[in-house]
Design a protein. Structure first.
Length: 247
């Protein structure tokens, strides 16, 4: 039922903020690209797609974020995860990359207070994300993060330069970052080389179709603690859709 979902501004009540959409040629291209990606996507029992349109990530608003995830991993998604905060995501990600770490190391390495660390660890533990073994904390297992892939897309009409900076910012949370443009002829090779150098992909629109002119570099999820927002947003949305009947 929820194999492919488009998310706009209907979930502000659970903390998912979006920018007001500006109608025009650029958003028409965005809508066409969303339909293009939906037509190409083949959902399965272990791979669904959620499409966020202009979501707020810190002070940034990427035009489109395509998130592929395993819906089965959210079947037992805990309501305790609704209480998690930005600092919890930071500490959770640090525990993830550290493999095994104690509270003292968390305080010293992240510069948080002891109170912040202990309260965050308590929330992460109650949410079922971490486990303690031999006085050190680690992520409980690989099912904690159900997102498989995040593709961020920045769209611009008649310009490939003004969106490049935002596409770089998107790499801080996305496993793949793209620029989408209507420019498809006489593209400077130096510009394409620059995109390739920084790992930015480039799509161009030709009538009702889209061509991939430059492939992006790819990173594993989570890229940073900002990536975790999308994992938790999906859990909140699915919990809302199911009427809040998860554990």
């Amino acid at each position: 039922m929820y194999d492919i979902m488009e998310i706009y501004d209907e979930y502000k009540n659970i903390g998912i903020k979006t920018r007001k959409i500006t109608q025009g040629l650029e958003f028409d291209m965005v809508k066409d690209f969303i339909q293009f990606k939906k037509n190409k996507f083949k959902p399965s029992s272990t791979n669904n797609l959620m499409i966020f349109v202009e979501p707020q990530i810190n002070n940034s608003y990427p035009d489109i974020v395509f998130v592929q995830y395993n819906p089965n991993s959210f079947d037992t998604w805990s309501k305790s995860r609704l209480k998690l905060t930005k600092i919890d995501y930071k500490i959770c990600y640090h525990i993830y990359v550290s493999k095994r770490i104690d509270a003292t190391q968390i305080v010293l390495q992240l510069g948080v207070t002891w109170k912040e660390a202990f309260l965050s660890i308590e929330r992460l533990y109650d949410a079922g994300l971490i486990i303690r073994k031999r006085n050190k904390w680690s992520i409980i297992d690989n099912t904690v993060f159900s997102v498989k892939r995040i593709e961020a897309v920045e769209a611009k009409i008649n310009n490939l330069d003004s969106v490049f900076k935002q596409a770089l910012v998107n790499k801080t949370f996305a496993s793949e970052s793209y620029v989408l443009s209507n420019i498809n002829k006489n593209i400077d090779q130096k510009k394409l080389d620059k995109y390739g150098e920084f790992g930015i992909g480039l799509y161009s629109q030709i009538e009702n179709n889209f061509n991939l002119l430059k492939k992006p570099s790819k990173s594993d999820f989570p890229v940073s603690f900002n990536s975790i927002y999308f994992n938790e947003w999906i859990g909140k949305i699915l919990l809302t859709k199911s009427g809040g009947h998860n554990c």
